[in-house]
Design a protein around this ligand. Structure first.
Ligand code: ATP
Ligand code: MG
Length: 405
């Protein structure tokens, strides 16, 4: 039996390699993200070498928890591929021993394979094609039924002769993609309990936006359970972001005043303008450079071009709507992928669905909306709702924490 054989996780960069002068900053962020996670799991050494980040377990407990670490590696933005590799001495006999004893388990699900060998250590006595040949032969004799297909293999077995050791791995999985979390600045996500807004948050987080979240509720018209559902959705997003601060704003008083004083056809539009005004205020206070919503063009009456414009004009910072051109089916497939769907479809009321108009305006003119809005003291109500908000910090590791405003 071979000694000193170890299992490590390899994380391969995506578009970060194209980043020229900023590449170093991006790499640092990705390392930091992995280290924040690895520290919570066990004693892992996380280091960079040759466009790859390595995660190496340093004691028995870490070895035991490598599955968990692997899950985390797949949730860090910036990596296109993640795989589990065995390392051994740079010695052909040892390499073949690893292939014979440990790789069959990895290769058995596949019918065809090819070997790709790479030598960054040119002093290694065999050339890359020679390594591929020997390793390929070894696979054919130890995995029954598998065949070589050099053009379109189901799996690639990679042998890399690196500076200190040899790495052997197969079945690289997709990483989370995107660019490192936080590398694009901060954005404020309007998070409801629906399907769309968690997906919107995920998509912007993937493009490096650090998320701050705001949720509007209307207790007792919306329930405690509805709030818990939203916090659960935020928790699901922390698979990728580790933590998210959620500001919870009550719209009860505003909604009752709108109901009692304004034309029913405008209820939703007025409410959405309050939501936007409060969000803009919060975005400024928390240095968010954009607001993010889950709006998709034409999905509902308040998401026609004209209706979106009624809220859009209130913001002096950009509003990102990553779902604007997506169909519901496409949105649902992302929602399932990030594990949010089951929670999103739990049937609790959202403040947008209480006091809904029977005939909402789909082509509203701003002047008519303003005429209705002016029946109330908009600014004072915005200020009051804003200053009575609650803050919950949702964490991936550990329990939620309330924060003072
Ligand atoms: P979702 O599935 O995200 O709830 P939706 O299709 O139900 O979206 P709307 O209710 O019109 O659409 O909301 C559009 C967007 O406005 C949401 O994606 C979200 O960004 C924001 N939003 C709606 N309701 C709330 C809320 N209660 N708190 C915070 N943001 C909200
Ligand atoms: Mg909604």
């Amino acid at each position: 039996m071979i000694e000193n054989i170890k299992e490590v996780i390899l994380c391969k960069y995506g578009e970060v390699v194209l980043k020229g002068a900023n590449r170093g900053d991006f790499e640092k962020k990705m390392l930091k993200e992995l280290r924040l996670r690895s520290r919570r799991i066990g004693n892992f050494n996380v280091f960079y070498s040759q466009s790859t980040i390595y995660i190496e377990p340093m004691d028995d407990e870490a070895i035991e928890r490598i599955d968990e670490m692997y899950w985390h590696a797949k949730h860090v933005f910036g990596f296109v591929g993640v795989s589990r590799a065995y390392t051994c001495k740079k010695d052909m006999a040892e390499i073949l021993e690893v292939v014979r004893t440990l790789m069959p388990e990895r290769l058995r699900p596949y019918k065809t394979f090819k070997v790709e060998a790479k030598r960054s250590d040119k002093r290694f006595p065999l050339t890359s094609p020679e390594i591929s040949n020997e390793v390929g032969g070894c696979v054919l004799s130890s995995v029954r039924g598998i065949k070589v297909d050099v053009h379109n293999p189901e799996v690639v077995l990679r042998v890399e002769i690196r500076e200190k050791e040899a790495f052997i791995h197969a079945g690289q999985e997709k990483g989370a993609g995107g660019i490192p979390y936080g590398s694009s600045g901060r954005g404020l996500l309007l998070l409801s309990g629906g399907i769309d807004s968690p997906v919107a948050g995920f998509m912007m987080a993937k493009r490096g936006v650090q998320l701050e979240a705001i949720h509007f509720e209307s207790f007792p018209y919306t329930s405690e359970r509805a709030r818990e559902k939203v916090l659960e959705l935020a928790k699901i997003l922390t698979d990728y972001t580790l933590r998210i601060r959620v500001h919870i704003v009550s719209l009860t008083k505003i909604q009752e005043l709108i109901r009692d004083n304004c034309d029913e056809d405008y209820f939703t539009l007025l409410l959405r303008r309050y939501m936007m005004a409060i969000s803009v205020k919060l975005a400024h206070q928390y240095d968010c450079e954009a607001i993010i919503t889950g709006e998709s063009l034409g999905q509902v009456a308040s998401q026609t071009m004209k209706a979106i414009n009624v809220t859009n004009v209130l913001s002096d910072i950009p509003i990102y709507r990553p779902l604007i051109g997506m169909d519901k089916e496409e949105i649902i497939s992302v929602s399932r992928k990030i594990g949010a769907f089951e929670t999103s479809v739990l049937p609790y009321e959202d403040c947008c669905t209480v006091f809904t108009p029977r005939h909402p305006r789909t082509r509203p003119e701003l002047e008519s909306v303003l005429a209705e809005e002016n029946k109330l003291d908009f600014d004072a109500l915005v200020e009051e709702a804003y200053s009575t908000r609650q803050i919950v910090v949702v964490k991936h590791f550990g329990d939620n924490k309330n924060e003072e405003i």
